[in-house]
Design a protein around this ligand. Structure first.
Ligand code: FAD
Length: 467
């Protein structure tokens, strides 16, 4: 239901606070800076990162098909008419229109605003599984994508440089938990990269030496597409030698890196990636915004927060009524497709309300999903049309390059793909990125008892690195 927002006099310059510079935050701020003349409003964007991350390209960044810098969009460059604060919202009292912000450095400060856009997204939804917090890693940001790429390639280096079968098998066992599109894409893209690297550059290893295990609690993967497409994907991945465990849960991982599954199997690994879903950003608990039973901000179909006409929310953290479904209480799913469209509607509604007009309702029918499963491999279901293999992969690439924000990023991503097709993809581990001070610390401590040379001190333990 539309709620009348505050109409600010033309002479005043309301402050629009956008919390989060991700999909919703970036697209909303971009549209607001385009539609509101300079003197009409001050737009403030707060995010702990100086960039927006185009998450659908993270699997390709991890696999080396796209340069990681090209899957992020710098906020200060793109939002050149907004004030960008690099910091985190740590609390908010909308009743007083005051936000508490912790900048990257320095004291927490309060910021007064007139209109709020809550777009702080989601975080990994973890479970209290023994050892998970200590040894697991997520797959939601560019740092994790870079880390995993280096980590997987470093495991190949380690396995190729030892004759100890136990060390080799542990290094070459990769475990992913969660079979949604983010998990499946990361799992399949990284395996594809590792297979390629072994075939071209590791004569002492064979792809058959690797063990890639996907653990999924449900009886299927890719719930975003029909059952037959999910089953086809399982067959494809199994044919590549990957081990897909449906109806199975991760029970624990010990300090020695031994994973225990609910089917009773136990085996050692140095890689545990958690991609089993997301939950709304927990910062909401430090606000007075109304939340539903799943911790999402309760919204009207206009994207206004329920009962708070000057507060708006969208994206992964918002419970937005899905007007295209007949079921009462249905809400839109947390995905980029809704996030982008909601941002557009949200910005237009703010502009309308500032001009004294009625906000419009958000309505979008989900059109389907595209997922890449490695170079030239994919699965897609869009407008009911089902595609498999190369056509799906091609659709994945063309769709996402058309969606990644700014011409600059589109051009860079296309250039990356073109260069990779001519010169082959880059499969080198920049292991020093994981611990850049190691060598210097060694040099500074040379001669002290117990100091190992850097290569040995670097002996990989996913457990130590990801802790
Ligand atoms: C690997 C991966 C692949 C994906 N692939 C697809 C796909 O193919 N198709 C699809 O539709 N969807 C995909 N998604 C989902 C899609 O990316 C999300 O649904 C979308 O990003 C949600 O947008 P958002 O703005 O709500 O959150 P985000 O884009 O995550 O933005 C949230 C922002 O808030 C910031 N933030 C966090 N805490 C604070 C705080 N306290 N204060 C201020 N700012 C804060 C974050 O830094 C971030 O920039 C994928 C997700 C992942 C992880």
């Amino acid at each position: 239901m539309a709620q009348p927002g505050t109409r600010f006099p033309e002479s005043s310059r309301p402050v629009i606070l956008v919390v989060g510079g991700g999909y919703v935050g970036l697209y909303t701020a971009l549209r607001l800076q385009k539609k509101l003349s300079r003197g009409r409003a001050e737009i403030v964007v707060v995010d702990p990162q100086p960039h927006m991350t185009y998450q659908p390209f993270l699997p390709e960044a991890a696999a080396g098909s796209v340069e990681p810098r090209h899957v992020v969009v710098p906020l200060r460059r793109t939002l050149n008419r907004c004030r960008v604060i690099t910091g985190a919202l740590i609390g908010l009292t909308h009743a007083q229109k005051r936000a508490r912000i912790a900048p990257v450095e320095g004291k927490v400060f309060e910021l007064s605003y007139d209109v709020l856009v809550m777009a702080a997204g989601s975080v990994a939804r973890t479970l209290p599984i023994p050892g998970l917090a200590e040894h697991g890693i997520g797959f939601k940001n560019v740092g994790e994508a870079i880390y995993l790429r280096n980590h997987v390639l470093a495991r190949l280096d380690a396995a190729s440089s030892t004759d100890d079968p136990e060390v080799r098998s542990r290094a070459l066992t990769f475990v992913f938990v969660g079979g949604g599109y983010a998990g499946i894409e990361a799992f399949a893209e990284l395996e594809d990269m590792a297979r390629y690297a072994i075939e071209h550059y590791y004569p002492r290893l064979s792809p058959a030496d690797m063990r890639w295990v996907l653990v999924e609690a449900m009886g299927r993967i890719l719930p975003e597409v029909d059952l037959d497409m999910g089953a086809w994907t399982v067959r494809q991945l199994t044919a590549r030698g990957m081990d897909i465990r449906l109806n199975t849960r991760l029970e624990s991982i010990s300090d020695a890196g031994v994973v225990r599954l609910s089917d009773g199997e136990e085996f050692p690994t140095e890689t545990l990636v958690w991609t089993a879903g997301t939950k709304p950003n927990p910062v909401l608990a430090a606000t007075d915004l109304p939340v539903d039973g799943r911790g999402r901000v309760e919204c009207e179909a206009t994207l206004q927060v329920r009962g708070m006409p000057d507060a708006w929310a969208a994206g992964d953290l918002a419970a937005v009524p899905d007007l295209t479904k007949d079921e009462p209480g249905a809400t839109t799913a947390p995905n980029a497709q809704h996030a982008v469209r909601q941002a557009r509607r949200l910005a237009d509604n703010i502009v309308a309300v500032l001009a004294g007009q009625e906000p419009a309702l958000y309505r979008h029918k989900y059109v389907g999903s595209v997922a890449s499963l490695g170079l030239h491999k994919g699965v897609a279901q869009v407008y009911g049309v089902k595609l498999k293999g190369w056509p799906a992969w091609f659709m994945h690439r063309t769709y996402h390059v058309s969606r990644v924000p700014t011409f600059n990023r589109k051009a860079r991503v296309i250039a990356d793909w073109t260069l990779a097709s001519v010169f082959r993809r880059e499969v080198i581990s920049l292991g020093q990125l994981q611990d850049p001070r190691r060598e210097f610390v060694f040099a500074a401590n040379t001669g002290r008892a117990g100091q190992l040379p850097p290569a040995q001190a670097a002996a990989p333990s996913a457990r130590a690195e990801s802790a």
